[in-house]
Ligand binder design. Sequence first.
Ligand code: SF4
Ligand code: SF4
Ligand code: SF4
Length: 289
Amino acid sequence: MSKEENTFEHLKNKGFLGQRQDDYFSMRLHTAAGNVSAEHLRAMADAAEKYGDGYVHVTSRQGFEIPFVHFDSTEKASEYMNDAGMGPGASGKKVRSVVACQGDRVCKRGLIDSQDVCEKIDVMYFAEPVPYKFKIAVTGCPASCLKVQENDFGIMGSIEPKFAEVNCVICGLCEKACKVDAITITEGKLYLNRDKCILCGDCISACRKDAMQVSSEGFTIFVGGKVGKRPRMGNRILKTVGQAVVFDVLEKTLNYYRENANDGERLGDVIERCGFEHYGETIKYSLLK
Ligand code: SF4
Ligand code: SF4
Ligand code: SF4
């Protein structure tokens, strides 16, 4: 590695991304779950004025960058933010900042504590080395505000309904509440189409007769999603599992990715190349079709 490459790699590890303007860098900072304290906001504002161009850029992954830091100021800017308690963000072949919606801590529709799961994943996996970029998102319900299907590993809060026919008075409230037409009432009979059901639980909330009940609830997992030049929607592999399963599948998926990926290959491409069954067998789970 040349001296120049060495310097560039060193700066990249400290969160500095080279700009199109010679000798200027955008300083990426570490955030998780899209939260930043008032103290850190003040530190970023100060650093932007001292070392940047007086503004902070909000990235597409709930992160922050301070652009226009001159090469000569990189060490000082880095020290300043480290002292303020904000480390560098990740780029290159690493697990990137983990993103999450507010989940049931704030959002009325939240089915899980997205922030809690996100914070734990961040502690365990942020900036871990991988064959290429690896993006993780946590979203509180099937509204998928955090677009988990576009991530290498996506986690979604979910509730699966079961129909207790004996209590049903065929009022039609659940049919109206279901936005994906998974419930239909024909000639006085209710049909629940499980293939169409996205596990939002709205029919359960709508029913006043306890005829739509909770069958299972927890986390639904998607893998292999990405956007960019060759977008791919993630596959839904498991539904309404517990948190322990989420962490087990994530650990095994990262190992699978490290063992099977060609250099620069995203998880979705590895799964397509090696086959979905191979992935399921390797992580030792029976996956949804
Ligand atoms: S995904 Fe669901 S829980 Fe999260 S912000 Fe959107 S609506 Fe709320
Ligand atoms: S859980 Fe949601 S998607 Fe499934 S049947 Fe009920 S309302 Fe429809
Ligand atoms: S809302 Fe409840 S009672 Fe009404 S049709 Fe649906 S399941 Fe039956």
